[in-house]
Design a binder for this molecule. Structure first.
Ligand SMILES: Cc1cc2nc3c(=O)[nH]c(=O)nc-3n(C[C@H](O)[C@H](O)[C@H](O)COP(=O)(O)OP(=O)(O)OC[C@H]3O[C@@H](n4cnc5c(N)ncnc54)[C@H](O)[C@@H]3O)c2cc1C
Length: 377
């Protein structure tokens, strides 16, 4: 589509949020001129996003509500039905039943884009390099030197969303607050099978105020840790040092990793309800609106970093708001207002998970809960 025929909507990022929004709009609004951009090629040998790939019961429920059943080929043979919570400082541990699905993350993404209806134009291997408002819409530069135009722009770029940063910088101040919610997730993949199908969540205040994980996969074991980005920027321990310390502490608890790992890292948000950012309205209420979904908006659990259910739910809410406006001229302000209404419960959910996190990540309260054995096997 050339410069003179702008898209109605461009979605940046084909992760769980972006591909869900594109699928729902392509199905329900067949005349919408819709483009989904993804910087990765999403071929079978593509780099996976750094992720545990665990499908929580909430995420499975939303897929079911959308009448989607992930094919068996997406799942690993070892489903971690229990989580072992391990306090590395006291050595105390408890196992909690949690029926997670153990997914191949890349296979999940490939499956989600395979469901896109034909009217969605999907461009894998095409990054959005920059954007700016133009007239009643947006002008976007993409990686093959092309300039595209659209009325509405959606960021489904994940935690490092450039569109969100740009919009927040225009409205002043919020970006700095979000920096406090940014974490660096480092994940090592060891080419060895873990002896147990249990998934471990470990805690130690000297490593992070969040948590680390050991997840068994087919033919590999993942060891990951989410650490506050501000601490490593302030000249604290390097991420490599924190990971080495975690490995040494885990070894004392019988977790030995022999082989050399492959390391990946990415940003992770850990929001408060205040860190959510849904977007900006349009110019004179018309075009030029921009919206954020999934982790770009801050939709992710601040207690567990579970993000699939929030990515699906926020994409569904925005699809509902756009569907309402589809025949009425796609007024950006109305879409934003509808999206806000459609995510009220999700916002409450984030606030509730924030409270839960305060208890879970207080070493004193966590020790009390683990000692009480509440909910444990
Ligand atoms: C280490 C780690 C482990 C996690 N484990 C789990 C887990 O086990 N279970 C769970 O439910 N959640 C987990 N999460 C959270 C989950 O991965 C995210 O919340 C979820 O993937 C968010 O989906 P999204 O679509 O919003 O963003 P993302 O999945 O981040 O997708 C963003 C997409 O946008 C693309 N993109 C970015 N910039 C551009 C650009 N400029 N142009 C074009 N494309 C672009 C990216 O390539 C990517 O495909 C984990 C997160 C991390 C960091």
């Amino acid at each position: 589509m050339g410069e003179n025929q702008p898209y109605d909507l461009v979605i940046i990022g084909a992760g769980p949020a972006g591909s869900t929004l594109a699928r729902l709009l392509g199905r329900d609004c067949p005349d919408l001129r819709l483009l989904l951009l993804e910087k990765r090629a999403l071929t079978t040998d593509d780099r996976q996003k750094c992720c545990g790939g665990l499908l929580a019961p909430d995420a499975a429920k939303i897929l079911k509500r959308m009448k989607l059943t992930p094919p068996a080929s997406l799942f690993q043979s070892r489903q971690p039905l229990k989580v072992r919570a391990l306090d590395l400082k006291s050595g105390r541990s408890c196992s909690y039943p949690r029926p997670y699905g153990n997914l191949d993350r890349l296979a999940l993404e490939r499956w989600l884009v395979s469901l896109l209806p034909p009217q969605v134009e999907f461009r894998p291997g095409c990054a959005c390099l920059g954007f700016g408002r133009r007239g009643e819409g947006w002008e976007i530069k993409v990686s093959n030197n092309e300039t595209l135009r659209c009325r509405l722009l959606v960021s489904a770029e994940g935690a490092g969303s450039r569109l969100r940063r740009y919009l927040e910088s225009q409205s002043g101040g919020q970006a700095r607050r979000r920096d406090r919610a940014l974490y660096l997730a480092v994940q090592d993949s060891f080419p060895e099978e873990w002896r147990s199908s249990e998934h471990t969540a470990f805690f130690h205040p000297g490593l992070t105020d969040f948590y680390g994980w050991v997840v068994p996969k087919q033919g590999e074991t993942l060891l990951g840790l989410a650490m506050p980005l501000a601490a490593s920027r302030r000249g604290g321990k390097t991420p490599g040092q924190v990971m080495a310390e975690a490995r040494a502490l885990l070894a004392r608890q019988g977790y030995h990793f022999a082989a050399e790992p492959a390391r990946r890292a990415c940003l992770l948000l850990r929001p408060c309800a205040d860190d959510l950012y849904l977007g900006a309205g349009g110019i004179d209420g018309l075009g030029g609106g921009a919206l954020c979904i999934g982790e770009a908006a801050g939709w992710i659990s601040p207690s567990s970093a579970e993000g699939f259910s929030y990515a699906f739910a926020s994409a569904r809410a925005l699809a509902g708001a756009i569907r309402q406006e589809y025949q009425k001229g796609l007024k950006a302000d109305n879409i934003l207002a509808g999206y806000r209404r459609g995510t009220r419960l999700l916002r409450l959910n984030i606030a509730w998970k924030g409270l839960k996190a305060r208890v879970m990540y207080s070493p004193f309260l966590r020790a009390l809960i683990m000692a009480s054995g509440v909910g444990a096997e």
